[in-house]
Design a protein around this ligand. Structure first.
Ligand SMILES: Cc1ncc(C[n+]2csc(CCOP(=O)(O)OP(=O)(O)O)c2C)c(N)n1
Ligand SMILES: [Mg+2]
Length: 661
């Protein structure tokens, strides 16, 4: 130990007392987990973790993920004690209050020392898989001198019980991510009570079967914890360290029971705990000698960082690593211009999933940071390019991850990769299976992570696979997620533009909703009109009475509908809306010009109509599908569900008759 073992106990107790007091002050929170894992965390920070409180986001730091996010006071205490600028003691006093960075669950956007937002159990560990993968990939690209760190996870029974755990450890074991170490708070308690109420699983056996190395230790014996962690580090497989702990340790009557999990312990219990620990300091005051011991830990990390900075300065790839880690991409316009010009010269009739692949060929060739993948639908998602060879345990330099049939695991891993920085992940699956990874998509948005979801087969247009595979509610429901851009391009040019816009978003994720079926070109310029979110694609010829608003594959339908209306002397604009969110960010004058108040506004999208009133008003018409799809060839389905000029024109003329009557 770098610090005498006798010093570790009071250091760990400082975590316990801070956790008890902060939860008591807030009147709510979770004291049990921080109190139970205080000893393990103290060993990790004092002996093994590479960190520098003076530079929380130093690129070659170890990543520490508190997957059991309810135990947030553990990380707040660790950051404060070890000398990070934030949280301050005032922040900790304000635990769980408005504007305190010490939110109920740790949030990466609140504290530089928090690598990722956790709380939805299981996802922290799954994100850590992505971090560990990004580390190995960048190590292969830049070498040991520049990239050489570990990924540590503190996880509870819940994190291991969630279904996503199976996907995450399967992937980590397969890819032999040996620099990932999970410290399992093996306290045999969850909210409802003893673990035996709900589980009789042999977790170490499950991990071993997934290619992991497993250690066990007494989570309250400093020497034993250090031994187990050292053994984990020495093994070249990812490691699970089962730390047998007592939840709420040191709370005299509540420790070891679920009563310590998620409520303030109460003044009496806390007083008795203080007595037992021999802790005389007042709440939120730390004995100077204990604080000094904690603060001494960052010194080694500071030295490691300084040495790393010197290596970066002299390494011929140092500047490139710093660029990638800063999330700065090469200029996209220059990269894409020749390709865009070729599309304008000869607009292809292709599915937008194919157009996405065509754009990706150029983007992946020019942007080494792009790291692709698919949840076993590579040939359908068209996510793989010539520049992206397979990433495997034998070739971490590869740029394409075969995630397997693990949509949730893939999405969470991509969050971890994006938050690691140095790579920009994109991954594909069918749009309908966005539900399988939906909470991770939400977590991309909460965490402001640049993750790009390539969701193909985006409507009934996929045809014969039928209602289980035909998304209906998905696109609109994804539009409901804050800070997520949902792109649904109409042709190859819009697809290229949407890819560029998605990559341009440093602090938000994007969904690309892409068609299975071929789409006729509708755009014949490359003026980046998609950046407006929606724009007039075809102005009315006769005096404008109608504005047709469509997305993706239905823009073509809107064009034929407009032609049929014009043939009857009814002037109709066609508005393509590849990204509703970007349109809503335009100024009011522009929005009013595109969707004028005096026109009959008609939305056309092969999905639920819910939400389209926002653009059409209550007097508009919403063409869509408010039921599940059906199994048949795509063209027949479009006719059957009335998404065709023949079905739409009579609705419009009837409505116009009503309005003028
Ligand atoms: C996905 C998800 N489901 C449910 C919860 C609510 N929840 C928070 S902690 C917890 C119990 C977790 O048990 P364990 O991981 O053993 O934590 P401990 O009680 O040991 O601290 C539950 C169900 C959650 N945060 N995330
Ligand atoms: Mg537990």
């Amino acid at each position: 130990m770098s610090l005498a073992a006798r010093k570790l106990q009071p250091m760990a107790d400082a975590i316990r007392v801070l956790a008890m007091d902060a939860v008591q002050q807030a009147g709510c929170g979770h004291p049990g987990m921080p109190m139970g894992m205080a000893d393990v965390a103290t060993v990790l920070y004092s002996r093994f973790l590479k960190f520098d409180p003076a530079a929380p986001r130093w690129p070659d730091r170890d990543r520490f993920v508190l997957s059991a996010g309810h135990g947030s006071m553990l990380i707040y205490a660790l950051l404060h004690l070890s000398g990070y600028a934030a949280p301050t003691m005032a922040d900790i006093r304000n635990f769980r209050q408005l504007h305190s960075p010490c939110a109920g669950h740790p949030e990466n956007t609140e504290l530089a020392g928090v690598e990722c937002t956790t709380g939805p159990l299981g996802q922290g560990l799954a994100m850590a898989v992505g971090m560990a993968l990004a580390e190995r990939h960048l190590n292969a690209r830049f070498g040991d001198d520049l990239v050489d760190h570990r990924t540590w996870v503190v996880a509870g029974d819940g994190c291991l019980m969630e279904g996503i755990n199976h996907e995450a450890i399967g992937l980590a074991g397969h890819l032999k991510l040996g620099r990932m170490i999970v410290l399992w708070d093996d306290n045999r308690i969850t909210i409802d009570g003893a673990i035996g109420l709900s589980s009789s699983e042999d977790i170490p056996a499950r991990y071993r079967a997934s290619g992991w190395h497993v250690e066990a230790c007494d989570g309250h014996d400093f020497q034993d914890i250090a031994r187990a962690i050292a053994a984990a580090m020495a093994d070249d497989r990812p490691s699970l360290v089962a730390c047998r702990t007592v939840i709420g340790k040191s709370a005299p009557t509540k420790q070891g029971t679920h009563h310590a999990h998620g409520a303030a312990l109460g003044a009496e219990e806390i007083a008795a705990a203080r007595l037992g620990l021999g802790w005389t300091a007042a709440p939120f005051e730390l004995p100077a000698d204990i604080l000094a011991d904690w603060r001494s830990l960052g010194v080694a990390g500071g030295e490691a960082r300084a040495a790393w900075e010197q290596r970066v300065a002299v390494d011929s790839h140092g500047a490139e690593l710093l660029r990638a880690m800063a999330g700065e991409l090469p200029p996209l316009q220059g990269l894409m211009q020749a390709y865009l010009d070729s599309l304008v010269a000869k607009p292809p009739k292709v599915a937008t999933r194919k157009a996405s692949e065509m754009a990706l060929e150029v983007l992946t060739a020019g942007i080494p940071d792009l790291l692709g993948g698919s949840a076993d639908l590579t040939g359908s998602n068209n996510t793989r390019t010539k520049a992206t060879p397979t990433l495997s345990a034998d070739n971490y330099a590869g740029r394409y991850v075969n995630y397997g049939i693990r949509e949730f695991g893939m999405a969470a891993a991509m969050n971890g990769m994006a938050l690691h920085f140095g790579v920009v992940p994109y991954g594909g699956t069918f749009m309908v299976f966005s539900d399988y990874c939906r909470n991770a998509i939400r977590m991309s948005a909460i965490q402001q992570a640049r993750v790009i979801y390539v969701l193909t087969h985006d409507s009934i247009g996929l045809g014969e696979d039928g209602p289980t595979h035909q998304p209906v509610e998905h696109i609109m429901s994804l539009r409901a997620v804050p800070n997520l851009l949902v792109f649904r391009p109409a042709d190859a040019i819009e697809t290229a533009e949407c890819w560029m816009l998605a990559l341009d978003q440093a602090t938000r994720p994007s969904v690309l909703a892409l068609s299975r079926q071929n789409l006729a070109p509708v755009r014949f310029d490359a003026d980046m009109k998609s950046a407006l979110g929606a724009y007039c694609l075809k102005p009315a010829e006769a005096p404008r009475i109608v504005v047709l608003i469509a997305t993706g594959s239905e823009v073509e339908v809107a064009m034929t509908t407009a032609a049929a209306l014009e043939a009857q002397g009814i002037g109709a604009d066609v508005v393509s809306m590849p990204c509703a969110e970007l349109f809503l960010e335009q100024d009011a004058a522009y929005r009013a010009a595109v969707l004028p108040a005096d026109a009959l506004k008609v939305s056309i999208e092969a999905g639920v109509t819910l939400g389209w009133e926002r653009f059409t008003g209550t007097d508009g018409i919403n063409i869509g599908i408010d039921r599940f799809g059906a199994s048949a060839p795509a063209e027949q389905l479009y006719e059957y569900f009335g998404i065709s000029a023949a079905a739409i024109v009579p609705k419009i003329t009837a409505k116009l008759g009503l309005l003028t009557a």
